[in-house]
Write a protein that binds this ligand. Sequence first.
Ligand SMILES: NC(=O)c1ccc[n+]([C@@H]2O[C@H](COP(=O)([O-])OP(=O)(O)OC[C@H]3O[C@@H](n4cnc5c(N)ncnc54)[C@H](O)[C@@H]3O)[C@@H](O)[C@H]2O)c1
Length: 348
Amino acid sequence: MKTILVTGGAGFIGSCFVRRLVSRSNIRLINLDKLTYAGNPDSLPDDENHELVVGDIGDSSLVRDLLQRHQPQAVVNFAAESHVDRSIDGPMTFVETNVLGTCRLLEEVRNFWNGLNESSNEAFRFLHVSTDEVYGSLGDTGLFTELTAYAPNSPYSASKAASDHFVRAWHHTYGLPVLLTNCSNNYGPYQFPEKLIPLMILNAVEGRPLPVYGDGLNVRDWLYVEDHCEAIETVLTRGVVGECYNIGGNTERTNIDIVKTICRAVDRYCPDLPHTPCDSLITYVKDRPGHDRRYAIDASKLRDDLNWVPNTDFSTGIETTVRWYLDHSDWVERVQSGNYRRQRLGLE
Ligand SMILES: NC(=O)c1ccc[n+]([C@@H]2O[C@H](COP(=O)([O-])OP(=O)(O)OC[C@H]3O[C@@H](n4cnc5c(N)ncnc54)[C@H](O)[C@@H]3O)[C@@H](O)[C@H]2O)c1
């Protein structure tokens, strides 16, 4: 039986990773999550191989206790504040969790790893999940490679860049067996509806305006969340210690293109809505300060070294995602009403 300590596993990507691994009979998952607004127990499986522990990655004594008690063979760190707009409104939480929290976690993991016997010590891995946003913004051409210099532009990306540097430093200074992944924009089921794709799906269905920043021509590379989790598992099991791996979907789309694609899907699935065609709801709004123009990932290292390529093309992934939000009104309702947090607040 292998034990993995997952942090931030009640969020969008972490919960996908938990749902993916929990069905394997030989894996036990300890899921440390603070249950901020972005953490949702409704997204988690009820399974004897999965235990949710509500707590902070920056709580050193809690992390120490979990490591000692469960003796994991790996730690996968998803925990983060993750929304760029929130980082503009309130950057300090991003520094607290993404920078200090990651450092405190690294320090406890290092102490635990130092105490392992030789074979466990060699097999142990710490995988840090990061973003392509650390590389800054591209012009009309070019791709981010693992050698692209970091140039973060938002408080979110700066805090993730800092955490990546500390992860690297814990490897180079102390020898901690780390792996680092930098992924492009994810989409799929269970994403909190403040992010572009779920926000647009739900607003389109509900007949609310579809706010698009600036001219709508900012470009992102989109990856289906299950493909991201498969890539993380690939790096965790076969990645070279100390290495970084870019993960991307090779699917560049402008924001306005994404919104129009969603509108067409909602028009098709919900032809009786009074406000169709939904693209009549598109409303251009003042651009986000410091909005990066284009991100695009070169994921050839992961393809060539570890034989990973994405499985889900964008048209299939976006159809599945729109359908999922239409079919899971119970999950959506509990998020929109705030009821998903009642358990966290001790009300359930
Ligand atoms: N969403 C994307 O498109 C994307 C792309 C690339 C990389 N990433 C990275 O992947 C990771 C997961 O992203 P996501 O979209 O699932 O984010 P999310 O915001 O949906 O989830 C983050 C989770 O972390 C938890 N958390 C926050 N602070 C914590 C703390 N101090 N201690 C313990 N748990 C805490 C939250 O409760 C939540 O469950 C993040 O590190 C993010 O930077 C995200």
